[in-house]
Design a protein around this ligand. Structure first.
Ligand SMILES: NC(=O)c1ccc[n+]([C@@H]2O[C@H](COP(=O)([O-])OP(=O)(O)OC[C@H]3O[C@@H](n4cnc5c(N)ncnc54)[C@H](O)[C@@H]3O)[C@@H](O)[C@H]2O)c1
Length: 375
């Protein structure tokens, strides 16, 4: 019989659903040494019991402390707002549970550093859910970069646009409260593209940034509340390897629902990715015959592409939710192996240092080096 990993999942709404679905699918599609058991779902609200039953959880609770204290639980997934990540993830790690925490890892680098230290001290596996690393097309981009097919990297460009609160009548949510969310589009969307930049290009040397809150008050239960997180941000970066980066995030970009895109340009070629066409990668190589040069679209659904062998025949495309299945595949494999697990809390902490630097650069209107923001 295979080793069982009994999971406690904290958070039963958007990410709670995505993680529950992934836990259902991962052992069905992937051959795992350690298989998950959906032990306990935790959330707050009158619908937790019904949600737990519908998603296939054996137990439910409203107390994350009870999940962390439960000796039957081996691993904890944290799918709650950012201001709760540090307490839950650090307590879970100290209780000897492996932890997969949603992004951004924390409200700031002081918190993420504490989480990383707690996980290292306990010797548990720790991962942050930068799920876009788990796309086959993103892995093809990384492979081409590592093989030198793009040559020396010169520029990286990334945007992450949504438009869900575009209407000023859209109500106040926890994502608009800095004390709960940490920052707005800059951290929520920005954490994903900062991580992709680190994954594909390398570590950030310094950043300059600006941000804006376009709708400064929104109604909460009919009462106006001040919005304290940014609606949009723009930043530029220098990487340690000499490349330059330009980034933009917005939750007020009319028409864009979940538009993450990036481009990497090097001395020998380029790649372009668009999340709304996530099975594709556009590639350009200077080594192609001149008369046939141009961007071409690679359908990233061959069995050679990462994760694809466990899914469908070529051309039978996958979707956004598959990234969560792939993340659990990596998480459970790391637990079974007793080592590894990427992106780890260290990656979450490094991304957090960049986000802190971006926030400080915007506030002080100057270049800031990640890490300097903690001084
Ligand atoms: N990886 C991604 O693509 C992605 C996408 C969306 C959100 N997220 C991240 O996931 C996290 C959750 O976001 P969401 O959109 O699912 O939020 P949500 O508002 O939909 O759900 C939050 C959940 O947390 C629970 N919760 C809040 N405080 C709690 C507490 N003290 N104890 C127990 N449960 C508590 C709520 O009951 C709810 O179930 C955030 O960190 C967010 O940034 C990641």
């Amino acid at each position: 019989m295979k080793r069982e990993i009994r999971v406690g999942l904290i958070g039963h709404k958007f990410m709670g659903k995505a993680h529950s679905h992934a836990l259902h699918d991962v052992a069905f599609f992937f051959d795992l040494e350690a298989v998950p058991v959906m032990h306990t779902l935790c959330g707050i609200g009158p619908d937790v019991a019904a949600t737990a039953a519908r998603y296939g959880w054996r137990n439910w609770t409203e107390s994350w402390e009870a999940v962390v204290a439960n000796p039957e639980i081996d691993a904890v997934a944290v799918c709650t707002p950012g201001n709760t990540h540090r307490a839950i993830a650090a307590a879970a790690a100290r209780a000897g549970k492996h932890v997969l925490c949603e992004k951004p890892l924390a409200l700031n680098a002081a918190e993420s550093g504490e989480m990383l230290a707690a996980a290292r001290q306990s010797g548990v596996r720790h991962m942050v859910n930068f799920n876009y690393r788990r796309l086959p097309a993103v892995n093809l981009a990384k492979q081409l970069i590592e093989e030198g097919r793009l040559g020396t990297l010169y520029t990286f460009r990334a945007t992450y646009y949504q438009d869900w609160p575009l209407d000023p009548a859209f109500p106040f949510l926890w994502r608009m409260d800095k004390s709960v969310a940490g920052a707005g589009s800059m951290a929520d969307k920005g954490s994903h593209i900062v991580d992709l930049a680190r994954f594909l290009v390398g570590d950030f040397a310094e950043v300059a940034a600006t941000s804006e809150i376009f709708v400064k008050q929104r109604l909460e239960g009919g009462v106006p509340r001040e919005v304290t997180t940014d609606d949009a941000a723009a930043f530029v970066a220098r990487f340690h390897n000499g490349a330059l980066g330009v980034f933009a995030t917005s939750r007020m970009a009319a028409g864009h629902k979940n538009a993450l895109g990036f481009e990497v340009n090097g001395s020998r070629g380029s790649v372009i990715f668009d999340l709304e066409r996530l099975n594709e990668l556009q590639v350009y190589f200077t080594s192609d015959p001149r008369e046939a040069q141009g961007f071409r679209t690679v359908m990233v659904t061959q069995s050679e592409h990462k994760y694809i062998q466990s899914w469908w025949p070529p051309g039978h495309i996958i979707g956004w939710e598959h990234t969560f299945v792939h993340q659990y595949y990596e998480f459970l494999n790391a637990i079974a192996a007793g080592e590894g697990g990427s992106p780890s809390f260290e990656d979450g902490h490094r991304a957090q240092q960049v986000l802190d630097a971006i926030e400080r650069a915007a506030a002080e209107k100057r270049w800031v080096a990640p890490g300097e923001a903690e001084a």
